[in-house]
Design a binder for this molecule. Sequence first.
Ligand code: NAD
Length: 311
Amino acid sequence: MKVLITPKSFKNYKGKTYPLLESAGWQIIENNTGRTLSENEVIELAGEGVYGIIVGIDILSERVLKNCRDLRAISKYGVGLDNIDLAAAARLNIKIMNAVGSNNISVAELTLALMFEAARRVSVLGANVKAHRWERLMGMELTGKTVGLIGGGQIGKEVAKRARGLGMYVSIFDPYFKDSAFLEEHQIHLCGSLHDLLRVSDVVSLHLPLTTDTKYILNSETLSLMKPTGVLLNTSRGELVDEAALYVALKEKVIAFAAQDVFSMEPPAPDEKLLSLDNFLLTPHAGAYTAEAIERMALHSTHNLLRMLNT
Ligand code: NAD
């Protein structure tokens, strides 16, 4: 009876989580590569007797799932399930749970950090001084500006509350949003049209899942609706943005700045041309990488796996 644990940072909390699994009779297989596993590596490690996986962003395609013959449960160490073929898992009777609410505050806080970076370019100012250049860059005040959130779930709501605390106006586009009490309490506008939201927002921030419907929700057409001074933030998933169109929009100043924590290929190719632009910033998928969120994700995903495996 074995379980495979793939996320690199899970080990930080093995003192609290491994005893829970071991006392329930599970032998633990670790990912010792120091990186995300390839499909073949998952298949190799999740062989006979592996009934459960705690997975990070490693790809669990139909081919992987079919080859992990004893697999009964997948526990996501985090929230986004786009790396798992959900339909194939359902066909193969493999249960799936995610660690809802474990990293929303950390991702929201990184979103705010990216928003401040776009407004004040703190990292550039600091790097200039270290390079002996006492140079200022003119910034933008956030107070009184409008932030448009695409997706008003766990993370979007935390960003919304913080943006209101900064004296910003907040508008949410989310066709499935139902929490009118939240809107009222925080004086937030629910926008019925994505196009309207893009037109009025000074900062647009993505907080929706990647699905076949949402892929490239920001493309050359939708980017062109944003203000020329507009800032795009993406802490959700790379493929929500058509990166070729984003490159053109940033290069031709259709929008002013984009800051992302995610990319279509992580890490991006060394010659990725977006990285050559001064008005583009990419952080290494670090949104959930705080001590607090990692501990919550490790415990939550462990309990979810044990629940699904009924042990
Ligand atoms: P959530 O499920 O709580 O919220 C997602 C929201 O998006 C929901 O309210 C849903 O109604 C809305 N939505 C769905 N389709 C939409 C559409 N077409 N247009 C507008 N809104 C739509 O998820 P969450 O916890 O807020 O996470 C959001 C995303 O953040 C995740 O899917 C994941 O990809 C990403 N994420 C990134 C990191 C990171 O480290 N950068 C960490 C955690 C999550």
